[in-house]
Design a binder for this molecule. Structure first.
Ligand code: FCB
Length: 474
């Protein structure tokens, strides 16, 4: 009897493992044969680069990161590598005109940037008009340069006064956020058609409330779930506010306002494909990081479960009708394994057989194709809102750009509706907890002089934008 049961269980494990392997769609192309001039894109495809206010502007001294950068952990170590602070960053606040010229020089027709909430609203429900005037100047200069503004409303930072009130842990943050969104829509609406409500909500919640690497530095999955639920509620309300207020069509395409959210999709694959527990870990992490938020936009219910650690579920009625597009940030793949010694018994690490970036992220272009396939099922336009590499090696950067754009193109050939690609980042900048050492920029920044120089490895992006073919009709 027992023997039969054991045989049955072993058989089930084998069959399940075979099934997972069979369903696993790893893709491979002849990447050494990429012919840039053979790539074809729809007319009006957006080519651009992305930044975020705190990482490039400088003078962001009234937000949670300003406090975080000056604080220490329980072992008296600074929060940021080597105690660095964002300070003047890339001084983009003062140099935005020159930076927009740099975008033009590579042939880009769009720019993704964020407005700094703590500058726009230095106090609750108060608008700083001179800050708004600055962003209007940015938008006007973009317009004059023929570059489309793509605006992110929340890119990881919150004002210090909201930080003191618990940030997105506190449901009041929803009201403060929508008040800010309304003010920005009223003033920048005439210049902007593309709005991203939030950048990478799951990364934000995990880094701040699970790994403790971003403010507020907590380690509590239940709080992370609450933060995410509040963010989804805030997105829902912001979507409607933006559509109500922004009725001017800045780019003359007949649609005044297109609202989306930006989702980072890391790929989670089993470290050992023949070992069922690794598959379970990979699928669990995929559910937590990727599916929880994506499914909420289909089911109108946000579920965040991890064994007996967290069991969260909240209805968000109406959420399914609040995406005009979806943004994909793609960087890497993680190998996953069951590990009794790690937190939550799960360990992830990069595939060391692949080339690595300075972030210790494995370079895996097929992951871009796979994540595009994943969100392609939403049936709405997709923008790759971030994809890029931190490296000092020009050959690696060139290869990265070429292979990822090729992977995107492959997905498009397979009918995934991709409408734009933004390289992260326009120039080197303050990479959050890593400080300034990790250089993602197309342009190198000398922080002593603030001089920008196009990196050798970035030339390919310029060449590519200029040599790809455009289809008139699909
Ligand atoms: C993303 C962030 C962006 C940048 C890149 C490297 O998760 O959105 O600000 O830090 O990673």
């Amino acid at each position: 009897m027992i023997i039969n049961l054991v045989i049955l269980v072993v058989l089930a494990i084998i069959l399940l493992t075979i099934w997972f392997n069979y369903r696993h769609n790893d893709v491979k192309w002849k990447e050494h044969e990429i012919d840039v001039s053979g790539l074809r894109f729809p007319k009006g495809f957006l080519w651009g680069a992305a930044t975020s206010a705190h990482q490039v502007e400088g003078g962001c001294d009234r937000n949670d990161w300003a406090i975080w950068e000056r604080s220490y952990d329980l072992n008296a170590y600074p929060r940021i590598k080597n105690g660095q602070q964002s300070g003047k960053a890339a001084d983009h606040w003062n140099r935005f005109r020159g930076d927009i010229d740099l975008l033009k020089q590579i042939g880009a027709n769009s720019y993704r940037f964020s407005v700094e909430w703590s500058k726009v609203c230095p106090q609750p429900n108060k608008l700083n008009t001179s800050v708004i005037d600055h962003y209007i100047d940015v938008c006007q200069y973009l317009h004059h340069s023929g570059v489309n503004p793509f605006v992110t409303l929340h890119h990881f930072t919150i004002p210090d006064w909201l930080y003191e009130r618990g940030g997105f842990e506190n449901p009041d943050a929803i009201h403060y956020y929508t008040d800010f969104v309304g003010k920005v829509a009223e003033t920048l609406g005439p210049y902007v058609d593309y709005w991203a409500t939030f950048n990478e909500p799951v990364v934000y919640a995990m880094m701040g409330w699970v790994f403790g690497k971003f403010p507020p530095g907590k380690k509590d999955l239940c709080l992370a779930a609450r933060v995410l639920a509040n963010i989804l509620q805030a997105h829902y309300q912001a979507y409607h506010i933006l559509h109500e207020i922004d009725r001017s069509d800045a780019d003359d395409d007949g649609i005044p306002c297109k609202v989306g959210i930006v989702k980072n999709i890391p790929l989670f694959d089993p470290a050992r494909k023949w070992w069922l527990p690794d598959w379970i870990v990979a699928k669990t992490l995929h559910r937590l990081f990727n599916q929880s938020v994506l499914d909420a936009f289909i089911a109108e219910r946000f579920k965040f479960n991890l064994w007996n650690v967290v069991n969260f579920s909240q209805d968000i009625p109406g959420l399914s009708n609040t995406l005009d597009w979806i943004g994909l940030n793609y960087y890497t793949q993680y190998l996953c394994r069951l590990d009794w010694k790690s937190d939550y018994k799960m360990r992830t690490y990069p595939n060391l057989k692949l080339p690595q970036t300075d972030m210790n992220w494995a370079i895996y272009p097929a992951g871009l194709y796979r994540s595009l396939q994943m969100i392609g099922s939403f049936g709405i336009p997709i923008y790759i809102t971030e994809n890029g590499i931190a490296t000092e090696d020009s050959g690696l950067r060139k290869d990265f750009i070429l292979k990822h754009i090729n992977a995107m193109h492959e997905a498009m050939l397979d009918r995934v509706d991709v409408r734009g690609y933004f390289y992260w980042s326009l120039m080197d900048n303050f990479e959050w907890a890593e400080g300034f050492d990790k250089r993602f920029g197309l342009y190198h920044v000398d922080y002593k002089t603030q001089k920008r120089t196009l990196k050798d490895g970035s030339e390919i992006y310029r060449e590519l934008i200029q040599s790809v073919q455009y289809k008139q009709h699909d």
